[in-house]
Design a binder for this molecule. Sequence first.
Ligand code: GLA
Length: 746
Amino acid sequence: MSIRYNAENGVISLETRGTLYQMQADDYGMLLHIYYGRKLAGEDAVRLLRYTDRGFSGNPYTRTNGRGYSADTLPQEYGGCNTGDYRVSAVSLVLADGSRGAELLFEDYEILEGKYTIPGMPYVRAGASRPQTLRVRLRDRVSGLAADLYYGVFEEEDVITRTVCLINEGTEPITLEKAASMSIDFPFAPEGGFEVMHFHGRHCMERIPERLPLGRGVVSFGSMRGMSSHHNNPFAILCAPVTTEDAGECYGFMLAYSGNHKEEFEVDQAGSTRVTAGIAQENFSWRLAPGECFFAPEAILSFSAEGFNGLSHCFHRILRRNVIPERFAGLKRPVLVNSWEAMYMDFNADKLLKLAADAKALDMDMLVLDDGWFGKRDRDDSGLGDWYVNEKKLGCTMKQLAEKVNALGMKFGLWVEPEMISEDSDLYRAHPDWAVCDPGRKPVLSRNQLVLDMSREDVQEYLFEALGRILRDAPISYLKWDFNRAVANVYSNALPKDRQGEFSHRFVLGTYALLERLAESFPEVMIEGCAGGGGRFDAGMLYYCPQIWCSDDTDPVERLEIQRGTSYGYPACSMGAHVSASPNHQTGRQTPFGLRGMTAMAGTFGYELDPGKLSDAEKEQVREQIADFRRYDRLLREGRYYRLGNHPELSDHQAWMVAAEDGSEALLTAVITHVRANGPFIRICLKGLDASAVYRVAAYRISGVTFEKTAVGETYGGAALMYAGISLPLLYGDYPSVQIYFKKER
Ligand code: GLA
């Protein structure tokens, strides 16, 4: 039983393999957060609750037994608003009479087998796990607003999911202005205070970790771009100052949501820390007529007492097994060649078929035709929305092209950017009101394009028909689903003026609805998410797309940072990563082919170049890389990924590894980011091996120059590899790297 209710003291315990989460419905009706952390051998932590009279922290009117009872000082599970808790609130609303209060008090609870679902939105699926659901009902007795707090408890996975359903059970409409997915209070901080790690970035440099001490006041991260964004990922970690990659406590909070979001961290007057996460409050409102309800996006929580790597393993596992569509979870990912950096928009069928044939000769699996194949689209200022094939440019139909690619033994994939529209398009000329723009203004242009109003059903219908036609007409195995600008001028011509605050969330729901319909009609088509690279890299998109293009920056040295940052929350098998040409198209940096292969192997692996332009030696390397990737495919997809070392920015190298869960094999990759003359030796301690086993070095690849002999065939004890480590050979050249494959021998 992972959920328990103690009738004596009202404590509800959610237990997973390594964690305990406790709340208490007290006799007044406040739902107090008691504890989240390591298990307590069956006990509860209710003795940690403290009551004291803090000046200017008021007391509920009917709570007559003293001034020590205050919504402002007690740890809340999901507090109300305008009722005496002055910290960052979980909800904010306006009632029909203009008042703005809600006192959310406990009413009842229910424990259910299985996992709750969320209509129209992504959530962690039950899958092969055996989750339980806790539903706790809170209610504001004046307005009739009910808040159903849902908790999904994934025992084996050490994950707790949360969402809230707000229901208007009153007789008058209620306007929500904030509806957080979760709120949690930590009354006690670790020695030195909590720190928060968040993942900021920009186009071509996404998910860069930044770790900050939390002082008094509120720190928040989020996006108002209509997308989860390159700039602030909807994932953050709360940790102790002493927490490292491999030791110490940390909590992860991740939203399964792709639109505007906000994560807030507040340290209050007494040092208590509140974390809330959900749809951003700015520009948001939602009208709830009597009888209507509103579901907040799902939040995924995990706790690790084994540092950030331990936390990452929990997130990787739940995303891989319970969020990514099951039909793709165990599937070998195709090694693809993408036409974008190979030929941009300058192609026709002959060039593409040559690309496919050259790729096939090197053993690749799929050709992806990127931007430029539809409508009038030779530049990026026209054509979006006109999802019909430019046969004149191609020189044939899409069906003919795809069939010829198939005949070469290659699968065929296609790029689309459904949520966008160009002013210079037939679609815009026919439906200018489908483009997002507020009345009387000229819209903000970005990459010369406008955004389609995805909140409209007619727009969704148009896209479903248009994409469906393409998918039915030609044998297409894969779509790359792009989104190349942020949303501005938010306004829908289809919404009444007092409901415009619903636009941004309805936009996201519209995209999800379209993705859902396409998945139902074309389940075999794999969709790779993309948004100018990794601008919508979130668990919401992963629910539909098993992989997401990680960044438009394909420089392997830059990718070291991007992929490492991404790996805190997201598994390697979700990170789109390709070998591209050198000099790199984004940075102009020249890097060895071997390094490019090894970094792309920390993701889904593929090529973003014209194989016909490679030298014979490089072609040989492609063959080897693909053979390596196929050999390690399962290990890379299902193994535990470890970041090695805590401060790559202070070091001359960067290393990571993947170890099979049962310790049977492991792949170590290390890149020397700064080669030094007469440099020091580098030692690397491995992780996740079986300490008592013996491992053989079954493969050893070096990219770069060394004068030392490599250790293929040598054997090491698991304990020796983990605690004494291995010393790398001295390596020379530009960005030399090594990849060592260990196989358990006995
Ligand atoms: C975005 C993508 C690229 C490419 C271009 C095409 O920037 O991230 O990979 O598809 O669009 O316009």
